[in-house]
Design a protein around this ligand. Sequence first.
Ligand SMILES: C[S@@+](CC[C@H](N)C(=O)[O-])C[C@H]1O[C@@H](n2cnc3c(N)ncnc32)[C@H](O)[C@@H]1O
Length: 238
Amino acid sequence: MDWFAWDFDHPAYFQIYADKAADAALEGPALAALLDLPAGSRVLDLPCGWGRLHPHLKARGLEVVGGDLSTLNLRRHAEEHPAPLARLDLRNLPFRGGCADGVFCAFTSWGYFATEEENLRQLSEAARVLRPGGALLLDLVGRDFLRSSVAEVEGYWLDFPHEGYQERATWSPDHRRILTERRCQGQAFRHDIWIPTDAEVQACLAQAGFRAIEAYGGLDGRPWDAAAERWIYRAVRP
Ligand SMILES: C[S@@+](CC[C@H](N)C(=O)[O-])C[C@H]1O[C@@H](n2cnc3c(N)ncnc32)[C@H](O)[C@@H]1O
């Protein structure tokens, strides 16, 4: 089984990432503002997870459709934030071309696939479902920030007793992917995510057909900088 089909579809995911529910109050309005679409626009939240950002997209008057692979996340989304939802794979979206004004991709939800072709395919699919002039918002962790945060602890198991899990991060031998192992609820999990450079993100967006690519270095829309914790991209389908 692919790691992303297992790690996110287990109740332990909600336990490990419990603090992301509270983070949504800050992230949601800021990311929705950076997407910068008028009220009434149709936005695909891909992947939507359990919908923690959904109320903030709705608060801007956006018509939101969520999609995710995880039935567990979709079930929680439906209970907590009822909305049109689809179970889907980001590499093959079940939407017709040009149907959306925006695609919203938050919380480092790109780079999960093993090959460059598949990761590019996720962006190409986003471009396909956007109408001309539609925009993608891609919210990623900054590679340099992640490198410096992992540097001191790489390879060591860390205990998070209050949250109830252990974690060990290591870079792949070529330093392109971060492998995050976790033990929680008696199970083992292992995120395996490509963490691209800025040049790689920009090249993939361009290759997927996006233009007018803007890059930000924070939720407040400050200019991109290499050391920023978040690299947030807004790109337009011409
Ligand atoms: C880090 S979470 C982010 C969710 C949401 N964007 C947020 O900010 O809370 C990543 C999500 O991607 C979903 N996912 C992982 N691989 C996927 C795939 N191949 N197709 C669709 N969704 C996928 C997971 O189920 C999970 O809900």
